[in-house]
Design a protein around this ligand. Structure first.
Ligand SMILES: Cc1ncc(COP(=O)(O)O)c(C=O)c1O
Length: 458
């Protein structure tokens, strides 16, 4: 193993150099992938030197998500102590289902969940778990809501038409989960939004009333804290009142921006969170831990246990359910996703996490100021969002983003809202500084004037 640790360090050095010198890897067209790189698997193994050189080639061509030219998705950068924690988790290789097998790692997971529940304003008797991602956290919330409404479904299956509600700008996992859980995509009601992409609460109430009068059984409302494209925050307090009136489970999907719970300045965006039944947050998005680190908490500890526990004599042989985390998990064997957020939190404190969150809003504001001060740009997103959406010189966003990627200039994606398509630049990498934001725009502008406009005019 020592030799492989040395090789790992050498490969990391190579990666750091590439991230600095060539932050956007030259993309390999899919048609050429298997001829350009040796990805083959053969009967005989290769010698270490060959493996090393193949790994170096693969690293060279792999997109550099930790570089300062990566603005493409809702994660990015590399936060050192969180990475250290994840590397340690790999070396320790525990499975989080029992205390017998994971020992103090169980205590670490429980501590993180307890602190997050406390920041969310949840009752003392709350609980939670780590899911394989935000989509799966949302699915766990949906399952708890379904079972809370009708506890026979786990045994008998669905027998009535149950309906759920989420805004038209919410994440696709809500509809996908409705399909996966047997609720059905047709039972998903998409609530309209205002011009900022925030759920229209009167429309939510109308849809629920209509379903009740048509003998459907409403059971679940999903509010979003940071929508995927615009980064909008639904009004949790107003939505919670509607949920209370109709006795519906309220889940807050904070996969993208739920980490505002750490910020005094931005916590107001999730005002009313304490009235929700469950809340999910991805530390691998705003907090910058390695993928994946998705947390779901609920104020209904008993429901979490009821929906996800299963007896297994061969597994649960010591200790109580409280320390055998498989009893509240979607999975059986489960990797340790808690250690990376704990290592980060332990090393920089809650104040350090607050700084990470605040920095992203500051960078987004710098980007918005740049855009609004430059007449070649049109801004489509709003304040208090770390998604900065814009168009430049009227160039179609999909063409611009794809050309920037194919020419190894920048990694940035595009999004759509209300018949507009625009570039979506995300300032989720907390290592970004003011110069990196300016560098993004300078690179884009130079590319357009030197390459794109020339191609268009020639
Ligand atoms: C609002 C929201 N919810 C859920 C998800 C899904 O999270 P994951 O990619 O971890 O499954 C995303 C992903 O971008 C998201 O933006």
């Amino acid at each position: 193993m020592q030799n492989d640790i040395a090789l790992f360090t050498e490969l990391c050095d190579e990666l750091f150099k590439l991230e600095a010198d060539k932050p956007v890897a030259e993309p390999i067209p899919t048609s050429k992938l298997y001829s350009r790189l040796d990805l083959s698997l053969n009967t005989e193994g290769v010698i270490d030197e060959d493996l090393k050189s193949t790994l170096k080639q693969i690293i060279k061509s792999t997109p550099k998500t930790a570089s300062k030219s990566f603005f493409n998705q809702l994660f990015g950068g590399r936060v050192d102590k969180a990475t250290l924690g994840d590397l340690l988790a790999v070396m320790l290789n525990n499975s989080m289902y029992t205390y017998k097998v994971a020992g103090p790692q169980v205590g670490i997971e429980k501590q993180v969940l307890k602190e997050i529940a406390s920041l969310a304003g949840y009752a003392e008797e709350s609980d939670g778990t780590f899911a394989p991602g935000g989509s799966m956290s949302n699915m766990m919330a949906l399952i708890m809501a379904r079972d809370a409404k009708n506890d026979t479904i786990r045994v008998e299956g669905l027998s009535s038409k149950m309906t759920l509600y989420t805004s038209a700008t919410s994440h696709y996992s809500i509809s996908k989960n409705a399909a996966l859980t047997g609720i059905g995509r047709s039972q998903v009601r998409l609530v309209s939004t205002n011009e900022k992409g925030e759920m229209l609460v009167e429309h939510l109430d109308e849809l629920i009333k209509k379903d009740i009068s048509n003998s459907y059984q409403p059971f679940f409302v999903n509010a979003t804290a940071g929508t995927t494209v615009l980064g909008a925050f639904d009004d949790i307090t107003a939505i919670s009142k509607v949920c209370k009136k109709h006795k519906l489970w309220l889940h807050v999907d904070g996969a993208y921006c739920g980490s505002v719970i750490f910020s005094k300045m931005y916590k107001h965006l999730i005002k009313g969170l304490e009235f929700s039944d469950s809340f999910s947050v991805n530390a691998h998005k705003m907090l910058g831990t390695p993928l994946s680190c998705s947390i779901i908490i609920t104020q209904h500890k008993a429901q979490l246990h009821q929906s996800f526990s299963n007896e297994a004599d061969y597994l649960y042989q010591t200790d109580s359910d409280d320390f055998n985390l498989g009893k509240t998990s979607l999975q059986c064997g489960r990797r340790n996703d808690a250690l990376k957020i704990w290592t980060l939190w332990k090393s920089i404190g809650t104040k350090g996490l607050e700084k990470i969150v605040d920095k992203q809003f500051e960078m987004a504001q710098i980007a918005r100021d740049y855009i609004t001060n430059n007449k070649d740009y049109e801004l489509y997103s709003f304040n208090d969002s770390i998604s900065v959406c814009f168009n430049y010189k009227g160039i179609p966003a999909n063409e611009l983003c794809t050309a920037l990627y194919e020419n190894s200039e920048l990694m940035v994606g595009f999004g759509k809202f209300s018949n507009n398509e625009f570039v979506r630049m995300v300032t989720v990498n907390s290592l970004l500084e003011r110069e990196d934001i300016y560098n993004f725009f300078e690179t884009l502008e130079a590319f357009v004037s030197e390459k794109m406009l020339k191609t268009i005019t020639s």
